[in-house]
Design a protein around this ligand. Structure first.
Ligand SMILES: NC(=O)C1=CN([C@@H]2O[C@H](COP(=O)(O)OP(=O)(O)OC[C@H]3O[C@@H](n4cnc5c(N)ncnc54)[C@H](O)[C@@H]3O)[C@@H](O)[C@H]2O)C=CC1
Ligand SMILES: CC(C)CC(=O)C(=O)O
Ligand SMILES: [Mg+2]
Length: 368
């Protein structure tokens, strides 16, 4: 079967990290019999510049018809003052919403070679293996009303709406419990039920699903502010973090720093299986478009390459191929290759292309 992949490089470092990913994709086509075709399209600021929209209907139709979408990053300071519906980030939100990608998996894993690269002490992060399960199509990123108005007094007022339905919490809770069973069997459900009614519903719903279907999994409730602290105090006490759209966004950037850099964290965004058998799958690094380093061959491509590994695992069921990517990354780090964001004394500094070359070489060696 020939799989259809849509490639959306986006803005900033997006095209550079997607070039790296395309080379890895090509390697799997050539060496592991991965049969695919690709189409490429614009999204984000570049799409706005070209078509006046951060996500066009034509691009959306391709995304909905594909077997998986591979995404770089969007955004940049030149588009920060646009109205909300034209901002590059709306392109990404439209993809998540229209593809119904409610489950965002963000693994934070500290590779052994990088235990000294984190800003935290090595004993705090060595062996770290956390999975953040973030609700991705609800909450304050999508809630209405969302408005900025000037009142009759002349004062401005802004409103964002945090809204959750029980069914949205139930389905993401099931994903977290099911994944927990495959690893440490522990879920920390993170909300702020002390101040938010959405947090009260979150806690109540997670406990109902737990009691009815997953009582074998250990469940603890952790308030979001405390979770942010535990992540830097004792992160290895955490296994699966189940949380909403906004807290998941913030906590995953924090967790990334435990692994050495935000350039290390991949993600998979998944929906419910479609009637035709496809599982909507969207793969992107968790970082943004990094305008400060764009176009300079400085970006770490590892998060993006690991995201393709998640695609091989979750969309195509090619677990051995996904493990091969993890092993190749582990190997190049052990060999001492480092992009600037994870550079340590005595290591070999490489750029985006150099790191990709090293990973391809490692894949060759591991493939025999
Ligand atoms: N999924 C997406 O497309 C996302 C887009 N954004 C957008 O990206 C733009 C920049 O946002 P920031 O807050 O600066 O977040 P960012 O994640 O782009 O960058 C934060 C810091 O991390 C560094 N960094 C990020 N990725 C890196 C990589 N692969 N290798 C080395 N260093 C890396 C950057 O150089 C910067 O110093 C904004 O327009 C924002 O809205 C932000 C987050 C996610
Ligand atoms: C819409 C995105 C820019 C939000 C974000 O930072 C993320 O999903 O990681
Ligand atoms: Mg983010």
């Amino acid at each position: 079967m020939t799989y259809k992949l849509l490639i959306l490089p986006g803005d900033g470092i997006g095209p550079e990290i997607m070039d790296a990913q395309k080379r890895v994709l090509g390697w799997f086509g050539k060496n592991r019999g991965f049969d695919y075709t690709t189409e490429e399209d614009l999204v984000g600021g570049i799409s706005y510049e070209t078509y006046g929209e951060p996500a066009t209907d034509a691009m959306m139709a391709k995304a909905l018809a594909s077997d998986a979408v591979l995404f770089g990053a969007v955004g940049g300071p030149q588009w920060d003052k646009l109205p909300f519906d034209k901002k590059p980030e709306r392109g990404l939100l439209r993809l998540r919403g229209d593809m119904k990608l409610f489950a965002n998996l963000r693994p934070a894993l500290c590779f052994d070679a990088l235990k000294d690269a984190s800003t935290l002490k090595p004993e705090i992060v060595a062996g770290l293996d956390i999975l953040i399960v973030r609700e991705l199509t609800g909450g304050v990123y999508f809630g209405q009303p969302k408005e900025l108005v000037t009142l009759s007094t002349g004062e401005k007022r802004a409103v964002d709406t945090q809204i959750y339905y029980a069914h949205e919490i139930e389905r993401i809770a099931r994903v977290a419990f099911e994944l927990a069973r495959l690893r440490g069997n522990k879920v920390a459900s993170v909300e702020k039920s002390n101040v938010m009614v959405t947090g009260v519903l979150w806690r109540e719903t997670v406990h109902r699903v737990h009691a009815a279907e997953f009582s074998d999994v250990e469940l603890v409730d952790v308030l979001a502010d405390n979770c942010a602290m535990q992540l830097v105090r004792a992160p290895k006490t955490l296994d699966v973090i189940l949380t909403d759209n906004l807290f998941g966004d913030i906590l995953s950037d924090e967790a990334a720093q435990l692994t050495g850099s935000i350039g290390m964290l991949p993600s998979a965004s998944l929906g419910a299986r479609l009637p035709d058998g496809r599982l909507p799958g969207f793969y992107e690094p968790i970082h943004g478009s990094a305008p400060d380093i764009a176009g300079k061959d400085l970006a770490n491509p590892i998060a993006t390459i690991l995201s393709f590994g998640m695609c091989l695992k979750y969309t195509f069921g090619r677990v051995d191929d996904a493990v091969l990517i993890d092993k190749a990354v582990e190997r190049v780090l052990a060999e001492g290759y480092r992009t600037g964001d994870i550079m340590q004394p005595g290591m070999t500094k490489v750029g985006t292309k150099g790191m990709t070359d090293a990973i391809l070489k490692a894949l060759d060696k591991l493939n025999g």
